[in-house]
Design a protein around this ligand. Structure first.
Ligand code: 6V0
Length: 315
C-alpha cells in the first residue's frame, strides 16, 4: 500500500507556486508536484523550491509539463488559468477558465482517479459546478476553495479592531467567492463572546456601520491587492494549504469551502461556500449551520447570481 501523501498543484503561476511553497514549508504533503503547460517556468519554479529542501522537512518536489507528473495524487489543487485583470470581475473570467478546466479535468482524472480536487481558479464556484458535471465525481470530492481566503481576511479585520488573535475570532464569509459573498454575523463570536457584545475600553466596537464596512472591505480585498501588485498569492497559498492539510490528515476540520450543494438551506445543484467538515473523503456541508432569515435570503441571492453565470456558460 502506498503511504506517501502526494499533492499536485496545477498551474505554476503566482498562486500555484505560492500554494506549493506554503505546502512545502508547512510539511503538508510528503510529495509535492507542480504541473503547468509552460515548461520553462515550471522547471524554474520546481528548481527554486527544491533548492530550499535543506530548510524544511522531508518533502519531495517534482514537476513539469507532462500530465504524467500528476499521477497518483491524493489531492489536486487547480490554480491554472487566466487571472483577474485590474477592474475585471471574477465572473468575467468564467468563459476562458471554463474552457481550460474542461480539458484539464479529463486529463487529470485519467491519472489520479481517486484524488480529492480543490478548485482555486476563478470563478471557483462556477468552475466547480461545471467540473463536477463534466467529471461525474461525487460532490464531496470536487469543491472550490471558496470563501476560505475571504474568511481569513474577515477574521483579520475583526481581530485587529478587537485586539485579539485572528485564531480567536470565530466568523465566516459564505456564499459566492466574489461580489455576492457575505459574513454570517448572526453566529460570529470572539472567544465565547458574541461579536456585537465585544468592547474595547468599555465601548462596543462592532456597531452596524463597522460591520457593513468590514463586509465591503473583505469583499473588495482582492481588488485592492491586485491593483497594487497584479495578483494575490501569499494568503491564497496559505489558505489552500490549510484545506490540503485537513484532507491529507483526515482532520474533520470545519472550513468554508464550496462543493455542489444538495439540500443545504434549500439549495440544489449550486456550488457555494458554507461551513463544511473537511476530511480525507472531501468536503461535507454542515446542515445544522444557523442562518438568520436575512442571511438565508443573501445566500439564495448569491446562488441565483451564480446559476445565471453557469447557465450562460452551458448555453
Ligand atoms: P498566473 O500567474 O497567470 O498563473 C496561471 C498559470 O496557469 C500560468 O502559469 C499558466 O501557464 C497556467 N495554465 C494555463 N492553462 C493551463 C493548463 N491548461 N494546464 C496547466 N496550467 C495552465 O495566475 P495566478 O496564479 O495569479 O492566478 C491563477 C488563478 O487563481 C486565477 O484564475 C485567479 O483568479 C485565481 N485566484 C483564486 C483565488 C481564490 O481565492 N479562489 C485567489 C487568488 C487567485
Amino acid at each position: 500500500m502506498r503511504t506517501v501523501s502526494k499533492l499536485t498543484v496545477v498551474g505554476a503561476g503566482a498562486v500555484g507556486s505560492s500554494v506549493a511553497y506554503a505546502a512545502m514549508i508547512r510539511g503538508a504533503a510528503r510529495h509535492i508536484a507542480l504541473y503547468d503547460i509552460a515548461p520553462e517556468k515550471t522547471r524554474a519554479e520546481v528548481l527554486d523550491l527544491a533548492h530550499g529542501a535543506k530548510f524544511v522537512g522531508a518533502t519531495e518536489i517534482s514537476g513539469g509539463s507532462d500530465i504524467a507528473v500528476t499521477a497518483d495524487s491524493d489531492v489536486v489543487v487547480i490554480t491554472a488559468g487566466a487571472k483577474q485583470k485590474p477592474g475585471q470581475t471574477r465572473i468575467e473570467l468564467a468563459a476562458t477558465n471554463a474552457r481550460i478546466m474542461g480539458s484539464l479535468m479529463e486529463q487529470l482524472l485519467k491519472v489520479s482517479p481517486d484524488a480529492v480536487y480543490v478548485i482555486v481558479s476563478n470563478p471557483c464556484d462556477v468552475l466547480t459546478m461545471l467540473a463536477k458535471e463534466a467529471s461525474g465525481l461525487p460532490a464531496e470530492r470536487i469543491f472550490a476553495s471558496g470563501t476560505t481566503l475571504d474568511s481569513s481576511r474577515l477574521r483579520w479585520e475583526i481581530a485587529r479592531r478587537a485586539g485579539v488573535s485572528a485564531s480567536s475570532v470565530h466568523a465566516m464569509i459564505v456564499g459566492e467567492h466574489g461580489d455576492t459573498e457575505f459574513p454570517l454575523w448572526s453566529s460570529a463570536s470572539i472567544g465565547t463572546v458574541p461579536l456585537l457584545d465585544w468592547t474595547v475600553n468599555g465601548e462596543r466596537v462592532f456597531e452596524q456601520s463597522t460591520l457593513d464596512q468590514i463586509a465591503v472591505d473583505v469583499r473588495d480585498a482582492a481588488y485592492a491587492v491586485i491593483q497594487g501588485k497584479g495578483a494575490t498569492n501569499y494568503a491564497i497559498g496559505l489558505s489552500s494549504t490549510r484545506i490540503v492539510e485537513a484532507i491529507l490528515n483526515d482532520e474533520n476540520a470545519i472550513i468554508p469551502v464550496a462543493p455542489v450543494l444538495s439540500g443545504i438551506q434549500g439549495l440544489e445543484g449550486i456550488a457555494l461556500s458554507v461551513p463544511c467538515v473537511v476530511n480525507r473523503t472531501g468536503a461535507h456541508p454542515i446542515a445544522e449551520t444557523p442562518f438568520s432569515d436575512h442571511e438565508r435570503e443573501l445566500l439564495h441571492r448569491s446562488a441565483a447570481s451564480l446559476s445565471e453565470v453557469a447557465a450562460g456558460l452551458r448555453a
